[in-house]
Structures are given as C-alpha cells and as structure tokens.
Design a protein around this ligand. Structure first.
Ligand code: PEP
Ligand code: MN
Length: 357
C-alpha cells in the first residue's frame, strides 16, 4: 500500500500515520518530497486498513498495490491452464469451437444441431436447460428433461456438453450431466453459486457480467479456484455500453488483458456479444486473431423459429462457413483447430478424398 499525504500535511500528521502502521505490525517507509510525503507499507495488509488510513488527518489517498486475487494470477502459475474437452485441449495451441442452440427446445432440434455441429467441426455442444430469461414470462428451459436430451446428444455425437447452472439448488443435478458448467453473465458475481461450483471438480466456464470490470471478473474466478476447482475458463460475452446497435459491446481487448493477468484460457461468445447473427463470424475471427483459446457460437437449424436468441443464431450452413474461416485465421496466428487443415478444409474429409483418389 502507498499512502500519499496531502500537500502541506504536518510532520506530526506524518508521524501519527507511521505510528498507526507500526501499531498494526507493519513497517512504514517514508519519502519526504519537497511538496508532500509518501509512505510505502510493505506486506499483506488487511482490507480495512485502506479506509482506516484514509480517514486520518493529513492523508490524501491510500492506494493498494497488491492484486486482490492470487490463484488466478499469471504470477502464481506461468503456464496457461489446459482443459481437455473431447478432441481438443483448451489453453493449448488448439482453438476450441463450442456451438449449439441457446436453449434445448425439442429432441429433433437438439439432435439436428448436434449433428450439424459435429459434421462441421465443432468440439463441444452447448445448450441451455435452465435459462436465465430477462422476463419471467419467456420460456425458461426444459430443466432436467433438457439435460437428458443433452446426454443423448452427447452419446450420439461424441461431443462433450456445456450447459448453464443457475443456482446451488440444481447444481448436483447439472453436474450429473454436464462436461462443462456454464456460469451465466447474470450470475458472474453470485458468490454463493461460485463457491459451490468451486467445490465440484467439473470444468467451469465463467461468463463476464454485463457491467463487470476485468478485475471483478478475475476475482469472481478466484472464488471458484479458492474452492479447489482449478479448471476455470473465462468467457467474454459483451458488456453494457452506450452503443445500442449491438446487444452488447464485445470487449475484444479483454482477451489479451485476461491472458496477461491470468493463466486461465479465454473463450469469446460473439452471439451474445453482438446479438446479430451477421456479426458473429467476423467477431469470431477477430477473437481468434486477438488470442482467444476458443469461441462459443449459438447455432440453430431454423433460427427464425427459435424460442430464444434466434436473431443471433447461425444456421448450420453459416456455422460451417464460420468454422472454416476460424481454422484459417487460427493458422495465420500460429494456432490450429483440431479437425481442420490450415486452409480450412477438414482433416478427415481430406483423408477420405485421398483414399477415394
Ligand atoms: C447463454 O449462453 O445462452 C446466455 C444466457 O448467455 P449470457 O449469460 O452471456 O447472457
Ligand atoms: Mn442465448
């Protein structure tokens, strides 16, 4: 902590602050400049000391210099955390594609999407069973029946599944089905929920809250890590700004910031980040170019009939086009998308063509 004394603070005031710091068991290091004194305090200080010191006579400001998180920090672990997800490893050189409907609606809808996602190179199937809807009158999801359909889709497609857990009360149920637990944007700072998912050993994708700063988001991840669950991935999904052409403003700069400050892999969700399907592909490409470890894309066989988020969902055909382009951009920045060649063609398809020739 650095304590800036006011210009004109008296020697007695400086000494009083020093006495207080010593009384708390710390060592003050005072620099007396021409215009003001600055006192550095080394060591881990309790949270309340900032307020206490700032209330003392002659003090201008007390500034914490230690980070309020530890386990998430790059200083704590230099190597990016790797999380195995089916055919891909998040946090490695792989760029991981997660895709699927916003919400599980029907068996046919989910299985058709799962088939399309698998066929066109997705690695993880997404789908919400418990939905955080802004209106209580909107479709709230199928609950456990939706989880059962996701399980069937996983068995048929071989894709691991990611699905949202909204509250501690349904956590045990969701854990029985999910390969990855999604914490939605609205629950980014729901600390009781974060503590509970921290007690599980299922990988967690933590979405950034719409009005949450990067530091607050990392502290939210710290809650999960603190519980002993080290398989945490961060998901940028857009934040609230004054711009209203897009549903949210996708903060691309958060990708290199999170990667610099933490060792956690970063996923970008351009579907919620923009709210418009025609922006999803370009924002996927920008995200991969900026260092994202994966993308989360909403895909629906018939977006115009979707019960939720149809306007931001890609058709299967548009998903195939986006996945190809993601593989090309990944190659251009020295990464690769498992199942794709650098030119965007499918590895398996290329082998088949060779075999046929
Ligand atoms: C979702 O992934 O469908 C969702 C509700 O996202 P968010 O929590 O980012 O709004
Ligand atoms: Mn959605």
């Amino acid at each position: 902590m650095i304590i800036k004394m006011k210009r004109g603070a008296t020697d007695a005031q400086v000494e009083e602050v020093e006495r207080r710091i010593i009384a708390e068991g710390y060592t003050p290091n005072t620099i007396r400049g021409v215009e003001m004194a600055v006192i550095a305090v080394i060591g881990k200080r309790p949270e309340w000391m900032i307020d206490t010191v700032e209330s003392m006579a002659g003090v201008e400001q007390a500034i914490p210099i230690e980070k309020p998180y530890k386990l998430a920090a790059r200083d704590f672990q230099a190597a990016t955390t790797e999380i195995r997800l089916g055919a891909a490893t998040l946090g490695s050189n792989d760029v991981v594609i997660m895709a699927g409907p916003c919400t599980v609606e029907t068996r046919d809808q989910l299985l058709a999407t799962a088939r399309g996602v698998k066929e066109h190179g997705g690695h993880v199937l997404r789908g919400g069973a418990y939905k955080p809807r802004s209106s209580p009158y909107s479709f709230q999801g199928l609950g456990e029946d939706g989880l059962k359909l996701l399980q069937e889709a996983r068995e048929l497609s071989g894709l691991p599944i990611i699905t949202e857990v909204m509250e501690p009360g349904t956590l045990d149920t969701v854990v029985r089905y999910a390969d990855v637990l999604q914490i939605g944007a609205r629950n980014c700072q729901n600390y009781p929920l974060l503590r509970e998912v921290g007690r599980t050993r299922t990988p967690v994708m933590l979405k950034r809250g719409p009005s949450v700063t990067v530091e607050e988001w990392i502290m939210a991840a710290e809650y999960i890590l603190h519980g002993g669950n080290m398989q945490v991935m961060m998901c940028e999904r857009g934040i609230k700004t004054f711009e209203n052409y897009t549903r949210n403003t996708l903060d691309i700069s958060a990708i290199p910031v999170i990667k610099r400050l933490t060792h956690l892999p970063v996923i970008v969700d351009p579907s919620h980040g923009t709210g418009k399907w025609h922006l999803v592909k370009s924002m996927c490409l920008a995200s991969v170019a900026a260092g994202a470890d994966g993308v989360l894309i909403e895909v629906h066989p018939t977006p115009d009939t979707a019960l939720c988020d149809g306007a931001q969902s890609l058709t299967i055909e548009n998903f195939a086009d986006a996945a190809r382009a993601i593989a090309q951009v990944a190659a251009a920045v020295g990464r690769s998308v498992p199942g794709f060649e650098p030119d965007g063609s499918r590895t398996g398809a290329a082998v088949t063509r060779v075999a046929v020739a």
